[in-house]
Design a protein. Structure first.
Length: 88
């Protein structure tokens, strides 16, 4: 445990951020999983909507500092590739 006030406050704030980031990452993963399930269902309209939602969440996570921009670009690219492969 921290011995003085400043490191103790940093620890409290870091814990808050960790919990917030964990919740956001969880919702991001749920969105991606929903997209992949809609691809398995072969309904291209809902898949397109789910892809747009997932892409939006990925972009928001970059702006909030939860994901690195290259990691986000890789995720979006892979999801789009999957969608385009089934769209043909």
């Amino acid at each position: 445990m921290a011995k003085s006030k400043t490191p103790a406050k940093r620890a409290r704030n870091a814990e808050k951020a960790r919990v917030r980031n964990k919740a956001y990452k969880s919702s991001l993963k749920t969105s991606i999983k929903g997209f992949e399930l809609s691809l398995a269902g072969d309904d291209m309209d809902t898949s397109r909507e789910k892809l747009l939602q997932a892409t939006s969440l990925i972009d928001k996570s970059v702006s909030k500092g939860i994901l690195h921009k290259n990691n986000a670009a890789r995720k979006k690219s892979r999801l789009t590739k999957k969608f385009n492969a089934l769209a043909k």
